[in-house]
Write a protein that binds this ligand. Structure first.
Ligand code: HEM
Length: 423
């Protein structure tokens, strides 16, 4: 390690353009100890790992690098705990599932959820996603300037997840509010008032989904919630058998909602900006919409909407020659790994025809590989195809003033104004 490299994930210059900082870390301090308080991890010793090769190795070694990072971090004050106790009075307990679990518990959850969140169910969504995208473009009303982020990027993934969860139109505004409250504290330090308000919304969402699940217990349907309710495992050497209980289902529903909304919105906004800045790429896409899959893949690498997550070190170990003691926290930096010039030539360039396009780890790697990757890809590909059919030209308004939000986990633009001409 070296003391010449420092990194402050909350510094606005870093938030707006982290890539030169990531490069310095990869080159000079590929394992860098950071102040846990600045990453919402309290007084934990946090080691940031920035090279592609090291991030991948850590994600693969689930015995040494545990995903049980959910319960630790900054502790609530006694006042906040008292306020939250009141909010939780009629709540179901928050249980840790999938993302924050290790095998065999993770294996059990992943198998059960995979019985409901099937490739077939995702593929079946395509016509509905196309309909939603067309409706969103209709909503532009041929205006020459639109707020693409709020009129397209944000509503599309919320509508996609709401469709999977069968949330009716009358509750879509609530669903959006619940989704926002679920992500408000991810990768950001928030006030106690914000935390209490967010938890209130989450309890409201719990009540909504419990009544939806109970309705399906009485009268089953051909949908994700029914399949989740009915999913059941036979016990074997690896996992306990049985179905999910209500708190587990609520946790999984929330994870799908949280993981599926803001990440995909960020991808869509970064994609439109890149296509606006590279009119040659936009022309190629219009001429050959089958390029959409490549463009999306490069967008995933370039933007890495999930910039990093945590792992807890279970045994004394080393990474890139740096000793890391048991009990430390690792920040696995997907965003840096995806800009590592040891893997990607000219990593800051947006180039859908680049070599090793599929080596990015924007969806993670190994057993926690993004459950919703197929859905996110489908949403973005359908979106680009519909836009290519309907839009002639894209100009990003004042590209130098684009701003990313303050989260160091879910990186995304706060807004994107574009000038459009239509076909
Ligand atoms: C561009 C969009 C997306 C990005 C960049 C993204 C990124 C990721 C990453 C990096 C992980 C791995 C976390 C880890 O290693 O600990 C992950 C896991 C996960 N993602 Fe996504 N995601 C996206 C969209 C979605 C969507 C649409 C859904 C659901 C509908 C979803 C659901 C999940 C779930 C449930 C997990 C946890 C899986 C597990 O722990 O086994 N994600 N995602």
């Amino acid at each position: 390690m070296t003391d010449t490299v420092s990194f402050n994930a909350t510094d606005d210059d870093v938030v707006q353009c982290p890539y030169p900082h990531y490069r310095k870390m990869r080159d000079e301090a590929p394992v860098l100890e950071l102040d846990g308080n600045l990453l919402g991890r309290g007084n934990e010793r946090v080691f940031a790992v920035s090279r592609h090769e090291d991030v991948k190795r850590i994600l693969h070694d689930t015995a040494t690098f545990s995903s049980e990072f959910g319960g630790s971090g900054a502790k609530a004050s006694p006042e906040l705990r008292a306020r939250l106790k009141e909010v939780y009075a009629d709540a179901w307990p928050n249980v840790s599932t999938m993302l924050t679990e290790d095998p065999p518990s993770h294996t059990r959850y992943r198998r059960l959820v995979s019985m409901a969140f099937t490739p077939r169910r995702v593929a079946r969504l395509e016509p509905e996603l196309r309909r939603i995208c067309e409706e969103l473009v209709d909503g532009f009303e041929n205006a020459s300037r639109i707020d693409f982020h709020n009129k397209f990027s944000v509503p599309l993934p919320v509508a996609a997840v709401a469709t999977i969860l069968e949330v009716p139109d009358t509750r879509r505004a609530d669903f959006k509010k619940w989704a926002d409250s679920s992500v408000v504290s991810i990768g950001r330090i928030i006030s106690d008032d914000e935390r209490v308000a967010a938890e209130r919304d989450i309890v409201e969402q719990q009540h909504y989904f419990v009544s939806e699940l109970e309705a399906r217990r009485a009268d089953s349907r051909d949908d994700f919630l029914t399949d989740l309710l009915n999913a059941e495992l036979q016990p074997d050497d690896e996992v306990e058998g049985g179905p999910l209980d209500i708190p587990e289902m609520l946790s999984i529903i929330r994870q799908i909602q949280v993981a599926g909304s803001e990440t995909t919105a960020s991808l869509l906004s970064d994609l439109i900006v890149q296509l606006g800045k590279h009119p040659d790429e936009w022309e190629k896409l219009k001429a050959d919409p089958s390029r959409a899959a490549k463009v999306v893949e490069e967008g995933l690498r370039w933007a890495s909407p999930n910039q990093g997550l945590f792992r807890i070190v279970r045994a004394d170990t080393e990474v890139a020659g740096t000793p890391i003691p048991k009990g430390s926290t690792i920040w696995v930096m997907y965003g840096s790994a995806d800009h590592d010039d040891r893997v990607f030539d000219d990593p800051e360039a947006f180039d859908p025809d680049r070599e090793r396009l599929n080596s990015h780890i924007a969806f993670g790697h190994g057993i926690h590989f993004c459950l919703g990757a197929a859905l996110a890809r489908l949403e973005a590909v359908v979106a680009l195809k519909v836009l290519a059919e309907r839009i002639n030209s894209i100009g990003v308004v004042e590209p130098d003033t684009l701003r990313y939000g303050p989260s160091f986990i879910l990186r995304g633009l706060e807004g994107v104004q574009v000038d459009l001409t239509y076909r």
